[in-house]
Ligand binder design. Structure first.
Ligand code: PEP
Ligand code: MG
Length: 324
């Protein structure tokens, strides 16, 4: 219950057999940080920066962005803060940045695709991030990466902005980790190669499920296909985690699946090291994880990977774990 959960506010998150799992929060604005801390968040696992760009008439300036990122980093006091670069397009539009309308916006001009073409926008954000990095433990994450070339281009642009700041004598952290969302099937399939280029992965199941099942996440008619428990999704998660482990990089999840009580045991079993979620789900997740045995969850997830349908996965889960 809630009272029991709040006793866990200042605790780390350990499974029953002592495996450390990091629980972070997904936030949209710097104002959210207060509730992250009061709800026991150990990190910001996903700062969706597009919200700084929404509900206004023009692009936010470098200075405005710098102040926002700096505020989050200072308030988090050296705890990890993963800031994702602009993920606009798909379901999130900007009134002042209109591109030709598209038949398939989720498959269209969005996120890193816009940033690599409209580099003024991207570079402004990267400079703001670099300057803010001096104030805390910043990690930068790129969204919707589909190819290695995109990831390399994004990193090259970041390096160019670092060089410019150095020349100008502007201070930034030399230790910023650069990671990526794994939310396209191509990046999941190529995760072994990406793991050599990235410092960390964060699995974005909201998009990964819709692209894997070819079912628009906003379309009710095909909702029955949007199946987080489908073995195809579990197999992808396993591939991604195994690729990350092989190269020794950190792997977390920030899609909505990460806060699902039935899913958390599977994620622990598959070896996900961190989960990031809505702030109000953090303590419930911590309380659940304390009751889980990692070795048992590993055996359970091995069984689930070999089932044939999402329904069978749910059935097996319900028989194996009694969540109270
Ligand atoms: C995701 O796709 O799982 C994700 C976390 O990103 P968003 O929901 O912002 O697309
Ligand atoms: Mg996404």
């Amino acid at each position: 219950d809630k009272k029991e959960w709040f006793q866990l506010v200042n605790e780390t998150t350990l499974t029953q057999d002592g495996r450390l799992i990091k629980i972070g929060a997904n936030i949209n604005t710097p104002k959210d940080v207060h509730t992250v801390l009061s709800n026991g968040g150990e990190a910001i696992g996903l700062f969706r920066t597009e919200f700084l760009y929404m509900g206004r008439k023009e692009l936010p300036s470098e200075e405005e962005q710098f102040e926002a990122y700096k505020e989050v980093l200072i308030k988090m006091d050296e705890k990890p803060v993963i800031i994702r670069t602009l993920d606009i397009g798909g379901d999130k539009g900007l009134s002042y940045l209109q591109f030709p309308s598209e038949i398939n916006p989720f498959l269209g001009f969005r996120a890193i695709r816009i940033c690599l073409q409209e580099q003024m926008i991207f570079r402004t954000q990267l400079r703001a991030l670099l300057r803010a990095s001096a104030y805390g433990n910043l990690k930068i994450m790129f969204p919707m990466i589909a190819t290695l070339t995109e990831f390399q281009e994004a990193k090259n642009i970041l390096e160019e902005e670092k060089d410019k700041l150095k020349l100008a004598g502007i201070h930034f952290s030399e230790k910023i980790e650069i990671g990526m969302m794994i939310e396209t099937p191509s990046s999941a399939l190529m995760a072994d190669h990406f793991a050599k280029e990235a410092d960390f992965f964060s699995i974005g199941t909201n998009d990964l499920i819709q692209f894997t099942m070819a079912a628009d996440r906003m379309n009710e008619k095909v909702e029955y296909l949007y199946q987080p428990y489908h073995p195809a999704i579990l197999r992808f998660i396993k591939m991604i985690v195994d690729a990350a482990k092989k190269e020794g990089i950190w792997v977390g999840m920030c899609g909505e699946m990460a806060e699902d009580e039935r899913m958390i045991p599977i994620l622990i079993g598959l070896g996900v090291q961190g989960i990031s979620m809505n702030v109000h789900s953090i303590l419930r997740a911590r309380s659940l994880i304390k009751k889980l045995n990692r070795v048992e969850m590993q055996a359970l997830s091995e069984r689930l990977l070999n089932l044939t349908t999402g329904e069978k996965v749910i059935e097996e889960l319900e028989q194996s774990i009694k969540i109270n």
